[in-house]
Design a protein around this ligand. Structure first.
Ligand code: AHG
Ligand code: MN
Ligand code: MN
Ligand code: MN
Length: 335
């Protein structure tokens, strides 16, 4: 008998034994995982599958869409619309929310996703991923509106991502810690490969797009400058830098061995918002990081407590090893 625990078994145990999730949320997560598996196959085919390159269209954020941005978005919509667990979906690649068509039963959940994160890495064969977040539709709402999606991240009932790298790994939380599942391609199923993931409180590794340095605000400059001074500086230790430019891959590294990831707003932006999107990037990643003992703020406040004002809202992100995130946040408080 195999002692391997599949994602299905993990989810059944979360439902039946631990009472953490209801059956329909379990089934919804199974469908999301199936969609990720399908995206993983498309990613792996690369040039042979005709999935590389640009699609010559723009999304609501003004970004040129890659073919895989669109393919992944469609895979997620098609997989999830008919199951009966969802009321609506929202995505980085869609201007407004997607209501489950009337011909299918309506469920009580809302699914939000960044179908393909790290688009600039698709064509160069570097890790990319899918990020997702699940909310409950507010009980008093008739039908579904965009307003129903504007819930703080502390209301999430499930969050995760799937990284398409040398291995395909699905990382999930339903509020009972963080679990990692590796795709077994022969079996076609996700197998539990790590439970109770913990982010070390201290680190010597930071991740930030250094090319934006001249645009940063003072507290961010101070923090990075002190890291760069190494042993001789006020931190008294040498730091290493890693920047993959796929949030999924950078967060995956931090969940695996610690580190701090920052995408701060910079002085080119009048609204001090940052680049990453609150609802389908920052919120799910922040919950995962907190569930693994790390911290996540926008420099000033806990990201999970922010009240979103709009669907595609952007936010500054500082997440990862707790003591480093607290330091960056203190520098902002003093500034
Ligand atoms: P997306 O591909 O979903 O638009 O997100 C890309 C994000 C994120 O993954 C990454 O941290 C960041 O953009 C990288 O941006 P730059 O390399 O432009 O700084
Ligand atoms: Mn994009
Ligand atoms: Mn993204
Ligand atoms: Mn994306």
């Amino acid at each position: 008998m195999s002692s391997k625990i599949s994602l299905s078994r993990y989810l059944v145990e979360q439902q039946r034994d631990k009472g953490h999730i209801p059956a329909d949320l379990r089934l919804l997560l199974e469908v999301v995982a199936r969609a990720c598996k399908s995206i993983s196959h498309a990613v792996n085919k690369g040039a042979l599958g005709g999935v590389l390159g640009s699609a010559e269209s723009e999304n609501v954020q003004g970004e040129v869409q890659k073919k895989l941005d669109i393919i992944a978005n469609e895979v997620l919509l098609e997989a999830n619309e008919w199951g009966g667990h969802l009321a609506a979906m929202a995505s980085e690649e869609m201007d407004s929310i997607y209501l489950v068509p009337n011909r299918y039963p309506q469920g009580e959940y809302l699914l939000l996703f960044d179908p393909l994160d790290g688009s600039s890495n698709i064509d160069v064969n570097v890790s990319i991923g899918t990020i997702f977040s699940v909310l409950k539709k507010p009980e008093d709402s008739q039908g579904v509106t965009e307003q129903d999606f504007l819930q703080p991240g502390n209301q999430q009932v499930a969050a995760g991502y799937c990284v398409y790298g040398p291995q395909t790994t699905l990382v999930l939380t339903v509020g009972d810690g963080v679990a990692m599942f590796t795709l077994d391609r022969e079996q076609g199923s996700f197998v539990l490969t790590q439970e109770n993931v913990q982010v070390p409180a201290d680190t010597k590794e930071f991740a930030i797009n250094m090319s934006n340095m001249r645009h940063w605000d003072e507290p961010v400059r101070r923090y990075i400058d002190e890291c760069l001074q190494g042993k001789e500086g006020p931190r008294g230790k040498d730091f290493n830098m890693r920047w993959i430019a796929s949030m999924v891959a950078d967060v995956h590294r931090i969940l695996t061995r610690g580190g701090v990831f920052m995408y701060p707003w910079d002085k080119r932006e009048p609204h001090k918002a940052g680049k990453l999107r609150l609802l389908y990037e920052a919120n799910p990643m922040s919950w995962l990081i907190e569930q693994a003992g790390g911290a996540s703020t926008n420099g000033k406040q806990r990201i999970l407590d922010l009240q979103p004002g709009q669907l595609h809202e952007r936010v500054s992100v500082v997440l990862g090893s707790k003591n480093e995130v607290e330091r960056v946040t203190q520098y902002h408080a003093k500034g």
